[in-house]
Design a protein around this ligand. Structure first.
Ligand SMILES: [Zn+2]
Length: 218
């Protein structure tokens, strides 16, 4: 968002909610965007028709696509050839999407790959996926342009996550996506809301309501 030049030169090696970067610290990006042709997407989907459709769409748009019909196969493929992004259906045979997310999280290398959930699951199930470190979700039936935009966004550069509240930036540039995990594939900094809260605290305005936040009516 306008400060891209600044962001890449800084590197925060470690940040957690407790020992987060100082206020005003710039975002960092671990890597420069790569040309689209080099980007690999692994589609994890058991429905053959949907899998084929996704494969065609992404293939036509220059992505190198691999597919897996189950969670277990997906893990094997990821270990063999780490993709830049996983497109995950949650309802899978053998290992379902949630189990896949848990298994992936246990392997440091695999946890560095962003996951875009494409699912028809109920809101509770989608919330659990966010809890497990897959904050970005497209619900079926999905819009192809929206899918491509999200795939591009997640492949291109690290998505931003607030080190304090854990929220992840959405496609509109707002920190609105929940995540129950500190994401290994995100870049970490402080979101505007947390920055503003801290500023108020430092300037003694802590009791004033934060703009944009709901103020309880007495
Ligand atoms: Zn925040």
């Amino acid at each position: 968002m306008g400060q891209r030049g600044v962001t890449r030169s800084r590197f925060v090696t470690h940040s957690t909610r407790g020992g987060a970067p100082r206020p005003g610290r710039a975002w960092y990006g671990p890597s420069m965007p790569r040309p689209r042709a080099a980007r690999r997407v692994l589609i994890v989907e058991d429905d053959l028709a949907i899998r084929q459709m996704l494969e065609d769409v992404l293939g036509e748009h220059g992505f190198a696509v691999e597919t897996a019909g189950s969670g277990a196969t997906a893990l094997v493929r990821m270990r063999a050839n780490r993709p830049d992004l996983v497109l995950l259906d949650l309802m899978l045979p053998d290992m379902n999407g949630w189990a896949f997310l848990r298994a992936r999280e246990r392997e440091r290398e695999l946890a560095q790959v962003p996951v875009l959930v494409v699912s028809a699951a109920q809101p509770a199930g989608l919330g659990e996926a966010q809890e497990l470190g897959a904050p970005v979700i497209l619900t079926k039936p999905f819009d192809v342009d929206k899918l491509l935009a999200e795939v591009d966004r997640l492949c291109q550069q690290p998505v931003r996550q607030c080190a304090w509240c854990g929220r992840v930036m959405d496609e509109a540039g707002q920190f609105r996506l929940r995540s129950g995990r500190k994401l290994r594939w995100a870049s970490h900094g402080i979101c505007p809301t947390c920055k503003e809260a801290e500023r108020r605290e430092l300037t003694g305005e802590a009791t004033a309501p934060t703009p944009g936040r709901e103020t309880p009516t007495r």
